[in-house]
Design a protein around this ligand. Structure first.
Ligand code: PLP
Length: 434
């Protein structure tokens, strides 16, 4: 029996309608930006294996850091005990984030980092005797993860329609997504800010926090907003004394061209969530980082005010060791040059696509490029599935989100590979019978 058939007999895959999906491709190894299957076919990983991989696959220094750490201590309960990789990682992250951040809370994936942020914000007010603040503000098309709290603040997401009845109430606003030559952006931004302002005027004292994916909404369609919008948004929300949570799970670690979207947009949230690229894409690990004032609100002489949250693998030492090795790679000049190069290639190649009549709303932010195909939006629509398969035949891993095609490569991708991918994308989009 082939591996794919054994898989099919035993495994239920994420985000997959098994009845209509071809058998999965068994990958045996990775090399830089490539994944390689059992027949030695090479696939260019233009989605960084669901946005986690930043330095390429099987990167040897991260692999070695994990191995070395595993020979010392692989896992230890994180209540009452600590370890060097967690402490050093927390110190390093705090040095890289804006100065106001002071405490790092470890968990084990993006969704849980968001759950921690929501709980922190909610309980922050309760711990101070303010029990009215139980509402959250979020954005249409947001995606913050697949656990219940994270789903609630992403409730307009296509993925969660089945669970709508179970989600807590969240006030939703439009994310002012923009693109090249968009002349309605100021209007969209002002519309959202005006609505939000009116809402806060009435409900600020019932609202615990606002959560947003700064600069780029990921799963919701690679919608990109301007730094100026975030500046105005954060100023507005803070003027009403509501907490701001940045979900930088996708945007962190140079995805947007700068180390973090908060640095690029020159805005400072109260709480920030990081995961995905944190370990270079090697191991599941996440952090929720907050200001000292939030941490202080959880102190008390008994357990009552403590944060009631933990995961078995909180601050797993192997994950922390991988993250430390990834940070070393991230801070090399070479990595930053590659990030700039990818952005430059996106700029040039997207400009070449501008005359393609099937494409609209062309946009990019750092290493992320996206555009809309002119066809009905609907994730899993036959056109996007068809395109995904055709890209795959050419050895390109691209997974359109409905009618939105995006590229989000590992930073180690070569210029030739990326430019060649753009040529194939054009050919397929012009050729496919939609
Ligand atoms: C992927 C993602 C999450 C969820 O992370 P998981 O590790 O998949 O749980 C949350 N927020 C954003 C912005 C993401 O891109």
């Amino acid at each position: 029996m082939t591996l794919a058939i054994r898989d099919n007999a035993t495994i239920w895959h994420p985000l997959t309608q098994h009845q209509i999906t071809p058998l999965p491709i068994p990958i045996v190894r990775g090399e830089g930006a490539y994944l390689i299957d059992a027949s030695e076919k090479r696939y260019l990983d233009l989605v960084s294996s669901w946005w986690v991989n930043i330095h390429g696959h099987a990167e040897p220094t991260i692999a070695k850091a994990i191995y070395d750490q595993a020979l010392k201590i692989e896992q230890v309960i994180f209540a009452g005990f600590t370890h060097e990789p967690a402490v050093t990682l927390a110190e390093k992250l705090l040095k890289l984030l804006p100065a106001n951040f002071s405490k790092v809370y470890f968990s084990d994936n993006g969704s849980t980092a968001v759950e921690v942020a929501l709980k922190m914000a909610y309980q922050y007010w309760r711990n101070q005797g303010d029990t009215k603040r139980s509402r959250f503000i979020a954005f249409n098309n947001a995606y913050h993860g697949d656990t219940f709290g994270a789903m609630a603040v992403s409730k307009e997401s296509f993925y969660f329609k089945q669970f709508a009845d179970l989600l807590f109430a969240v006030d939703m606003f439009d994310y002012p997504g923009t693109w090249i030559s968009d002349d309605s952006i100021e209007e969209k931004e002002q519309h959202t800010l005006a609505k939000l302002s009116a809402h806060l005027e009435k409900h600020a004292n019932e609202t615990a926090a606002l959560i947003i994916e700064p600069l780029v909404q990921g799963s919701g369609g690679m919608n990109m907003c301007r730094p100026i919008f975030l500046q105005q948004l954060v100023a507005l929300v803070k003027s009403y004394d509501v907490l701001v949570i940045y979900d930088e799970i996708m945007t962190g670690f140079y995805r947007t061209g700068e180390l973090f979207a908060c640095l690029k947009s020159e805005t400072i949230p109260d709480i920030i969530c990081l995961s995905k690229g944190l370990t270079g894409g090697f191991l599941p690990l996440s952090v929720t980082v907050c200001h000292e004032t939030i941490y202080q609100a959880f102190l008390g002489s008994d357990y009552t005010k403590a944060l009631g949250h933990s995961h078995s693998y909180s601050a797993n030492p192997l994950g922390c060791a991988a993250a430390l090795a990834s940070l070393v790679l991230l801070q090399r000049d070479k990595t930053i040059e590659q990030v700039k190069l990818i952005e430059q290639i996106h700029r040039e190649e997207l400009a070449n696509l501008a005359d393609c009549t099937r494409i609209e709303k062309i946009r990019f932010c750092g290493t992320i490029a996206a555009f809309d195909l002119v066809l009905p939006a609907d994730y899993g629509s036959s056109a996007s599935v068809k395109l995904r398969e055709r890209f795959l035949k050419h050895g390109l891993i691209i997974r359109p989100l409905g009618n939105i095609v995006y590229i989000l490569p590992p930073y180690c991708i070569s210029e030739d590979d990326l430019r060649r991918a753009y040529q194939l994308i054009r050919k397929e989009i012009e050729g496919v019978n939609l």
